[in-house]
Design a protein. Sequence first.
Length: 219
Amino acid sequence: MNRLLIALFFIVSYATTANSGGLKSLENFVKTVKTGQADFTQVVTSPARDGQAPRVKTSSGQFEFARPNRFRFDYVKPFVQTIVADGQTLWLYDVDLNQVTARKQAAVLGATPAALIASAADVQALQADFTLADAPDKDGLQWVLATPKSKDGQLQSVRVGFRSAGEANGLTTTLEVLEILDSFGQRSVLTFAGFKVNPALSVSSFQFKAPAGADVIRQ
């Protein structure tokens, strides 16, 4: 699963079902966390084929977002790559290739997990594309399972793990884990560390200008 798809796989939708805390945590996260910032580690495991062991790739970097419609992934290991959504355009910059890919956000984010982080103002706005259900609490986290209503896409399922704390002054909910299974059986797990709730973020963080000399491909 390439990194652009990872960035796009950030949406879940809404359904009322079992009684664990996943849906409540999702609703609280969408309503109260308007900006966020964290380090992340991503482990992508490809299924075993032709008698060979599964292939595992690990990368890491920083992530931040601001509602609505803006987010940024800065991959730093093992290769440098930047993904920026500025509200109009989704930019992918591959440093090694010196290549920029630009896509209109409206055309690519509607049915993806990016809406959970970057665009949704409330949970009710997320119902169209996914069926979402509470999953059992595990590892101290509240989990949501999202399955796409469309069977034609590359996404098979998404599990999102939240951590909620506090009661007297309201719950504080942070995004901890994102598990993505695509239609080819490839699994990607993003683990977030040091999540900051509602930090002050510079507008320039979500602006992107193609470096001089880079090839720009618009799709």
